[in-house]
Design a protein around this ligand. Structure first.
Ligand SMILES: [Zn+2]
Length: 408
């Protein structure tokens, strides 16, 4: 069992120890020590990093079987060696801020709304707590405010060890999951929990607790939050995003939501105008294509690769052509994966849906439609190959026409 120095001193970053075991785990060397200030990944909190005997500590794993902490290193150390350990302090402080902040925030939800925390995760960007209840935005804001009040009152955070029997008589926020001697963490007059993690010694060091988002999760609520230095990092990121957006739009930050709504409206208007103009243009292009149609099997057949139009544009063009009597049309987009639109005049008998279905069977893709008009997309074939195949289907085996494109 490794003596955990961080249990009694979370600010200890330099220590001496003796290597008691060395081995290899997943092809990486590891050692265990007689004592260590390195925190192993456990209880929702990630491990510390740093150096040990000049080697980099890349992972620290809690071996539950014997209570040893496995220090995974970038190079091996010998059993019996006396080594100096140095814990990376910025990472440790960040974890202490997030973890102690979690205690305070979880306690606020219990004290205000009797909503216990069932799960905690300290992530690289955000931390989360999962609550059993479903607080609304106002309730979340109240808990956030109470938690920050406790932070700014700079209350002491103390550690003590008690037996399970003693613990059973204490008002712990959460039922302890293990027996034996328990390590209690107390935020003065606010929270008492059994916990093995690293914590700040006064709440002021948490800095600030900010809820970033919340969502319904497994019948309860998942709250994402940041504390301390991460709040400053988030503030800077938001500031830069907002500054960039308001500079582009020449507006004040408070005007952003309205500006986005206005831009969306403008874009919708322009899309409608573009569609109307495309349909008007289709009438003229349809005239030209219909003029070049071939007489095959009693139909006027138009079968072309058309550049510069999407599926909606091809559909508008094909509809403009089949407004004439006796026409069958297949238009293929000029880019891959290709789109094919097939249509017929009301008095023609070709089954457009069947043509598309046959093309899908041959070239993949998906689509469908009705006998008068159908379309398919995602064809993994050269547009010209598709055009030739479509022509053969439209003309029931006739020769393909010239492959001149109707591109603009
Ligand atoms: Zn804790």
């Amino acid at each position: 069992m490794t003596k955990r120095l961080y249990y009694t001193d979370s600010h200890l970053t330099a220590f001496e120890a003796r290597v008691v075991e060395s081995g290899v785990l997943d092809s990486r060397p590891f050692v265990t020590l007689d004592q260590s200030a390195f925190y192993p990944t456990t209880g929702g909190q990630p491990h510390d990093t740093g150096t040990l005997g000049g080697r980099s500590v890349v992972d620290v794993i809690d071996r539950e079987a014997d209570g040893a902490a496995l220090h995974v290193l970038d190079a091996a150390l010998d059993v019996g060696a006396q080594v100096s350990g140095i814990v990376d302090w910025p990472r440790r402080l960040d974890h202490m801020q997030q973890h102690t902040g979690q205690h305070v925030l979880s306690a606020a939800f219990v004290r205000l709304f009797a909503m216990p925390t069932v799960s905690f995760h300290l992530g690289t960007e955000l931390s989360t707590i999962d609550l059993t209840g479903t607080p609304g935005p106002d309730a979340i804001a109240r808990a956030e405010e109470q938690a920050n009040r406790v932070v700014w009152e700079n209350r002491p955070v103390s550690i003590r060890f008690v037996s399970a029997d003693e613990a059973s008589r204490l008002p712990l926020r959460k039922e302890p999951v293990r027996g034996g001697t328990l390590r209690l963490v107390e935020v003065e007059d606010f929270d008492l929990s059994a916990c093995g993690g690293t914590h700040v010694t006064r709440t002021g060091t948490i800095g600030v607790i900010a809820v970033q988002a919340w969502e319904r999760y497994k019948g309860g609520t998942r709250i994402s939050f940041v504390c301390g230095g991460r709040v400053l990092a988030h503030f800077r990121a938001y500031r830069d995003v907002v500054a960039s957006a308001v500079r582009q739009l020449s507006i004040q930050p408070a005007e952003l939501p309205d500006a986005v709504v206005r831009l969306q409206g403008d874009a919708r208007e322009l899309r409608l105008q573009a569609r109307a103009l495309t349909e008007q243009l289709a009438v003229y292009e349809a005239d030209r294509l219909a003029g070049d149609a071939e007489d095959v099997g009693g139909n006027r057949v138009v079968c072309r690769v058309v550049d510069g139009r999407d599926a909606a544009g091809l559909k508008a063009l094909s509809q403009a052509i089949v407004a004439r009597p006796g026409h069958v049309v297949a238009l293929v987009s000029g880019s891959r994966p290709a789109v094919v639109v097939v249509a017929r005049s009301a008095d023609a008998t070709t089954d457009a849906a069947q043509v598309v279905k046959t093309l899908i069977g041959r070239f993949g893709g998906k689509g469908g439609g009705r006998p008068e008009g159908a379309q398919g997309g995602g064809f993994d074939a050269e547009p010209e190959t598709l055009r030739v195949a479509a022509y053969e289907l439209l003309s029931a085996g006739g020769p393909p026409p010239s492959s001149s494109s109707a591109s603009r």
